[in-house]
Ligand binder design. Structure first.
Ligand code: CUK
Ligand code: CUA
Length: 641
């Protein structure tokens, strides 16, 4: 109770901060060299790529560090994007297919950059869809979403996409436990939550060479809420750690009912053990409907396949997969340090930070040092696994990142600050305010075995009065700190796109020279490509009309099209014949109930148009492409049915 009162006081304090009671000049008088540390001169490149989640915009954004410059405000993932036709072109629509049909929006919280030997290799960026559970994979040579897999038996996909040290697996833990199985087992009273609802953790394998994902297996877990997770690394490779809350198993008014217990759990999963069971054929096939969507690099078309079952393991019967570590007060983040020895829990209602030791955990398991069990799965004793507690660190710890020099940095939502502490000694070393309520932190390479501990970015919510106001909705903010010295130093504020939850950053040198500049026309396998102006034509097939169209500076062919009738389904298959970097052409036609197309050099994209009236309609190029861009146009004539 005492803690709760303190927390309320903390909340009031945070509100005071958020409403701007804090003296305005605070942290605005930056020391003289701050500007020069973030200044990237015109024509120069940033040191790091920073891939940032857009939260409720369902997208990612691409930012340079240390400048904070935005290279790609929207990298489309789970939401349609009219700017380039993502989710509007016929080729991309299947990417947003799910077992519920086309779902053109989602809520993307976390980014994971692929790793090898626990270091960023930056081949792919993964992102999660919270609402209609999905995981996406973005190819970092094209900055295109190339695969989306739906996660069945889940009711929210917040606990993802966290990856193992060689990107063997991406995991997805369900936030909401839900009833699973056939219609009869899903149609149950909500107040039978404890008996009928299930928590599910999915292990999605990632092909080493091509990145293709498959749901390797699912684990049936108790009906808790799963929050964040981190893989073990190095010495703890083979394990995964998930934070859980609502171990009270409440199904109503969680605010109160899920904050009863003093401790929830970090769930430790021995996935190597789970793999053994799978090899021994202990997995059972269960019905689970989900979509698996892939981008084909040859045709530049997406395909969506609906799958019907997954392999499931029941860790209540199959021993030694799951152990629970008690963790105070509704843990949110769980983070493992670069050595893989320490596991940091962050009880968002706690006043300490517990740090667990992997070595002690293994000992406790070996000694069967258990204080109880949940559904037959052992609960380890808190004291046996604890390395120690960081005392009085702040209010409302959420997320922790590491600098590779033995220090950890934890965000405090309620007290709006970043606190630096030493992992071995657990001493608080420094603290800096954030403006205001910070969620995630990010250090380039921070979640890996090799952090580049030079900068830290705090991603803040409720950033009142940091920027010129824009009506009731204000920009969220990122704040960049120099963490190379003993004391953290605020260098820069920059607004973010959407709501930034997690982000990762990696050295630009990893991918900058691997960028695809254009797609070779001779490799274009799109079945409706027109690979030269002589291929440009119109073909009718019943009421479907296929227009094989080419674009090159500065014309469309064909550009005068007749013979179309009201009621026809018209498909413009636009091939961009350019073979040069950064010369896309766009395509839009009047009255089309869709977006434009933005077609990259060498690529074919298709826009569907259902003409609803008689007339002659203009179409034009939407992307400024040459001095004669404004000449890039055409007409299509529609006659009565
Ligand atoms: S969450 Cu946003 S502050 Cu969705 Cu990772 Cu913790
Ligand atoms: Cu092509 Cu403008």
């Amino acid at each position: 109770m005492k803690t709760r009162l303190w927390l309320l006081a903390g909340a009031t304090l945070a509100m005071a901060l958020a409403t701007g009671c804090k003296p305005k000049g605070a942290q605005s008088a930056l020391s003289g060299d701050a500007a020069s540390k973030v200044y990237v001169a015109p024509g120069q490149h940033d040191e790091f790529y920073n891939i940032v989640s857009g939260g409720f915009n369902g997208q990612m954004s691409v930012v340079g560090l240390p400048s904070g410059r935005v290279f790609k405000a929207i990298l489309p993932v789970f939401s349609v994007h009219p700017e380039n036709g993502w989710g509007f072109s016929e080729e991309t629509k299947p990417m947003l297919n799910t077992s519920h049909g086309f779902v053109p929006w989602d809520d993307l919280h976390h980014i994971a950059i692929s790793t090898t030997n626990a270091e960023h290799d930056a081949r792919w960026a993964f992102g999660n869809a919270n609402n209609t559970p999905r995981i996406a994979r973005v190819d970092l040579t094209t900055f295109k979403t190339v695969e989306i897999i739906e996660i069945p038996n889940s009711g929210g996909n917040h606990s993802s996409p966290f990856i193992t040290e060689n990107t063997e697996y991406v995991v997805a833990g369900t936030r909401f436990s839900v009833p699973t199985g056939d219609d009869a087992s899903r149609d149950v009273p909500i107040d039978t939550y404890k008996e009928n609802f299930k928590g599910t953790i999915s292990f999605i394998s990632v092909d080493k060479d091509h990145g293709d994902m498959e749901i390797a297996f699912q684990l049936e877990a108790p009906p808790f809420n799963f929050d964040l997770a981190r893989a073990g690394k190095k010495k703890s490779h083979g394990w995964f750690f998930f934070s859980t809350y609502n171990t009270e198993m409440a199904h109503t008014l969680l605010e109160v009912n899920a904050s009863q217990k003093d401790k929830d759990f970090i769930m430790a999963v021995n996935w190597k053990k789970a793999e053994e069971y799978i090899k021994q054929g202990k997995g059972k096939k269960v019905k689970a409907k989900y979509a698996h969507n892939k981008w084909d690099e040859d045709t530049h078309m997406a395909t969506s396949v609906i799958k019907e079952e997954v392999l499931s393991l029941d860790p209540r019967e199959l021993k030694d997969i799951i152990y629970f570590i008690p963790c105070p007060k509704s843990p949110h983040g769980t983070d493992t340090d670069p050595t893989g020895e320490y596991i940091v829990g962050s009880g968002k209602l706690a006043a300490i930070i517990p740090v667990f030791s992997f070595t002690k955990m293994l000992q406790a398991i070996e000694n069967q040092d258990f204080e109880g069990s949940v559904d037959g799965m052992p609960v380890l004793r808190y004291e046996s696994v604890l390395h120690g507690e960081v005392e009085k660190p702040g209010l409302g710890p959420l997320h922790t990142e590491f600098d590779g020099r033995g220090n950890a940095y934890t965000s405090f939502f309620v007290s709006s600050e970043v606190v630096k502490w030493n992992i071995e000694t657990l001493q608080v070393l420094d603290r800096v305010p954030t403006f205001y309520s910070v969620g995630h932190l990010m250090i380039p390479g921070g979640p890996t075995g090799k952090p580049h501990g030079k900068y830290l970015v705090a991603y803040n919510k409720i950033s009142k009065d940091r920027y010129l106001p824009t009506g009731p909705e204000l920009a969220h903010t990122a704040q960049l700190y120099d963490i190379s010295g003993d004391k953290m130093q605020l260098l820069l504020d920059f607004p973010t796109v959407g709501e930034p939850h997690y982000a990762e950053a990696f050295p630009a040198s990893l991918i900058k020279d691997k960028q695809v500049k254009f797609f070779p026309l001779e490799k274009n396998k799109h079945p409706r490509a027109a690979k030269g102006i002589n291929d440009a034509r119109v073909e009718r097939d019943g009421n479907k009309v296929h227009i094989y169209m080419t674009t090159i500076r500065s014309n469309f062919r064909p550009d005068n099209i007749e013979g179309i009738r009201v009621g026809d389904e018209v498909y413009f298959h636009v091939t961009n014949l350019e073979q040069d970097w950064d010369v896309p052409h766009g395509f839009a036609v009047k009255g089309a109930n869709t977006a434009e197309l933005l077609v990259m050099p060498g690529e074919t994209a298709t826009l569907r148009w259902d003409p609803d009236r008689v007339g002659v309609f203009p179409f034009y190029c939407t992307d400024f492409c040459s001095a004669l861009h404004q000449e890039m146009q055409g007409y299509i004539r529609v006659s009565p049915a």
